[in-house]
Design a protein around this ligand. Structure first.
Ligand code: DC
Length: 222
């Protein structure tokens, strides 16, 4: 059976940075499921499909090919990895990610990927819905202020004109929508290990998580 590591938590907690490092360390495929919801949002925006047009969204997803090449997301042969990070996508993605039919289709793709490959998958519903059988489940958190500060630095580094207060408000709003939606809300799985990254370095967090992974993969290999 393939190896599956689940990493859930709110936006900006450090999931993707940590999961990418762990994917190299343990030779796993890194699957960023948030990028898939962002990809759907990008396609929908380009095609003028709103979040309440469920039929339009479903046929858009069904007629599109999603795949990961290393940590790049390719949709219909186009590398959309940069464009899906733009603030205009970040501000809208929660609304598209809240549509149950959209989630159902993307969860199916994610489950299929995990059947074929050893994965470390990051998202919001990985431990609870996508990979309930995961070898290890992590729930990675940090305070909203720490997360906003990190996002601010990242976007400033990309020369985007952003303000810290706006980012903090966006994060608080996004947490609320992600945690309160009816379909697959952001929630810690009962058997997930909680990791608070507010006052830890990336190296410290990686070391801690690697310890759990090493032990669980050993157990599975026995
Ligand atoms: O991790 P991110 O910021 O790139 O996620 C983008 C959005 O997608 C965010 O609003 C949460 C949502 N998402 C989700 O609902 N389920 C997932 N498995 C991953 C992300």
């Amino acid at each position: 059976m393939s190896i599956a590591i689940a990493v859930d938590g709110p936006a900006g907690a450090g999931k993707s940075t940590i999961a990418k490092i762990l994917s190299k360390k343990f030779n796993l495929n890194y699957i960023d499921t948030g990028s898939m919801y962002r990809g759907v949002t990008l396609l929908a925006q380009r095609n003028g499909i709103s979040a309440d047009d469920v039929e339009g969204l479903c046929s858009l997803i069904k007629s599109s090919q999603f795949y990961f090449f290393k940590d790049r997301l390719i949709i219909n042969e186009e590398d959309v990895s940069e464009e899906i990070r733009n603030p205009n996508i970040s501000n809208k993605v929660s609304f598209y990610a809240a549509v149950p039919e959209v989630r159902e289709l993307l969860v199916e793709i994610q489950k299929n990927i995990s059947k074929k490959y050893d994965v470390i998958m990051d998202g919001r519903d990985i431990g609870t819905v996508v990979l309930p059988q995961a070898n290890v489940k992590f729930y990675v958190t940090a305070s909203p202020e720490v997360r906003a500060q990190r996002r601010y630095k990242e976007l400033i580094g990309k020369k985007l004109d952003v303000e810290y207060d706006n980012i903090l408000q966006e994060i608080i709003k996004r947490d609320y929508i992600d945690s309160n939606r009816k379909a697959n809300p952001l929630k810690k799985a009962e058997d997930a290990i909680e990791i608070d990254t507010s006052s830890c370095t990336i190296e410290e967090v990686v070391e801690k998580m690697a310890y759990y992974i090493e032990n669980s993969i050993d157990v599975v290999g026995d």
